[in-house]
Design a protein around this ligand. Structure first.
Ligand code: MEV
Length: 331
């Protein structure tokens, strides 16, 4: 029986369709080469100890006391580790086992930045617990489905796109839980600009919902328009029409701004990237701070990167990753 397992899962960027995807519209996501790594060890008792040394967070609870959200032990868990607790719970249930575990989380995905850090942690946790307790490497589909339960703790009404792209890797078109693989060519560069402004996906998703409820004849058509432009974007992507892709990213940004999920820090970086010659630029993820992305020719990537830095962001070239959830080692 496997006793110690390391599993990892990637973060993501969304090229088109965030927020609208929550309403059943299609979205396009791509896995990036930043990952969360989770180490799981069997303890031999009924305690679960979770630590995230990067964030100086620790939590512990007794399996005998149960997982109920109303239970005292759950409220002792720091907010940022609640999704891990849920990921452990659903994984133990899927194994039909009650076993104490040590869980250590490390990640090079900035948290609360729109790069899917919480989903990657949940996906890697599920895969590592499953492998540790059953000896099996669970399919991406199963890992994603279980991690989705953990995402609900963090995001309220998530679409499931973050856990799905993290489990599968590569590029996907995601709509209502269904995925289609998408090949993202290497002839184009994407620069990620991090505003370093942390925000809550849950709050931003509920802000969009309040706009749609208050102004249904305005909010909902904007959501549908984002869906239509995502379909156009997929065509441009398939044809390698980067000018068209950039234009559609700019329109997508305008529509996201219209439903109130942009931020001054994002706008500054987005306009700077466009002025530096990017094909297009938009926020990626929930917005409200977090990250923006700029699409550029490889020759112009340095200019765009510098422009984003000059406007106050931390810029990094995004390297796509085909690798989804992976069991890295087992002892
Ligand atoms: C978050 O990465 C993307 C959102 O559309 C929320 C979701 O799909 O669950 C804002």
């Amino acid at each position: 029986m496997v006793k110690r397992v390391v599993a990892s899962a990637p973060g993501k960027i969304i090229l088109f369709g965030e927020h609208a995807v929550v309403y059943g519209e299609p979205a396009v996501a791509v896995a990036i080469d930043r990952r969360a790594r989770v180490i799981v060890e069997e303890r031999g008792d009924f305690e679960v100890r979770i630590s995230a040394p990067d964030l100086s967070l620790e939590a512990g609870f007794d399996l005998e006391r149960g997982f109920s959200e109303d239970s005292f032990s759950f409220f002792e868990i720091p907010q940022r580790l609640k999704n891990v607790v849920r990921a452990v719970e659903v994984s133990l249930n899927a194994c039909n086992l009650k076993r104490g575990l040590n869980i250590e989380i490390n990640s090079d995905i900035p948290p609360s930045a729109g790069l899917g850090s919480s989903a990657s942690v949940a996906v890697a946790t599920v895969a590592a617990v499953g492998k540790c307790l059953t000896g099996d490497s669970w399919e991406s589909e199963k890992v994603s489905k279980l991690a989705f339960e953990a995402e609900k703790i963090v995001h309220g009404t998530p679409s499931g796109i973050d856990n799905t792209i993290s489990a599968y890797g590569g590029g996907i078109i995601f709509q209502q839980g269904k995925i289609e693989r998408l090949d993202i060519g290497a002839q184009v560069s994407i620069i990620i600009g991090d505003t370093k402004v942390e925000r809550s996906t849950k709050k931003l998703v509920s802000h969009v919902r309040s706009i749609c409820e208050k102004y249904p004849s305005i909010g909902l058509p904007i959501i549908r328009l984002i869906g239509s432009l995502t379909l156009e974007g997929i065509e441009s992507l398939k044809m390698g029409d980067f000018e068209g892709l950039g234009e559609l990213m700019d329109i997508n940004q305008g529509l996201l701004d219209a439903v109130g999920v942009s931020h001054l820090s994002l706008s500054k970086m987005i306009f700077a990237a466009r002025e530096a010659g990017a094909y297009g630029a938009k926020l990626s993820g929930a917005g409200g701070g977090g990250c923006m992305i700029a699409l550029t020719s490889p020759e112009n990537a340095k200019n765009v990167l510098e422009a984003i830095e000059m406007s106050g962001g931390r810029a990094v070239p995004a390297a796509f990753s085909m690798r989804g959830v992976t069991v890295e080692s087992e002892e």
